[in-house]
Ligand binder design. Structure first.
Ligand code: 5GP
Length: 138
């Protein structure tokens, strides 16, 4: 696990605008927000991607995320928002430490812009793929 800027923020070695903290989770304002209230929610565990995160840290994040979303809505007055979590450089992850973005979407110009290159899923393809995924989860 390589050192990241978020590890330094967790240890208090560099400052952040802290929003929330408990034993396993830290939330703070993004330094380059896409909109007012853009908040990062991170586990203290130094996992690079979500698939490598412990169930304990995942549960702690899941428990607090809706509460932080409610605070962002209450303070910004913006009810629409995206929750984003990138994994890997090709998927736009710049910092190699799991982080959930909470990004208010006040209007078309601010907040997250999303490309959504959808293609229809043929039923036989979907059935085969879902079966493989179920097997991988066993
Ligand atoms: P990613 O592309 O990895 O999902 O997002 C990384 C986010 O971390 C970016 O939105 C970026 O603005 C934010 N960020 C990078 N360095 C710092 C920092 O030192 N402090 C804070 N608060 N946010 C940072």
């Amino acid at each position: 696990m390589s050192e990241t800027i978020f590890g330094k923020i967790i240890r208090g070695e560099i400052p952040c605008h802290k929003v929330y903290e408990d034993d396993r989770v830290l939330a703070f304002l993004d330094i380059n927000p896409l909109s007012r209230g853009h908040t990062l929610v991170i586990p203290k565990e130094p996992a690079q991607t979500l698939d490598t995160l412990s169930e304990e840290s995942a549960a702690a994040l899941g428990r607090v995320l809706p509460r932080i979303c409610r605070a962002v809505i209450a303070v910004t007055g913006v009810k629409e928002y995206n929750v984003l979590e990138n994994n890997g450089g090709g998927a736009h992850q710049a910092i190699a430490h799991v982080h959930f973005h909470i990004i208010p979407k006040p209007n078309h110009a601010e907040g997250l812009g999303i490309g959504w290159p959808m293609q229809p899923l043929a039923p036989p393809t979907g059935a085969a793929l879902a079966a493989k995924l179920r097997a991988a989860l066993e």
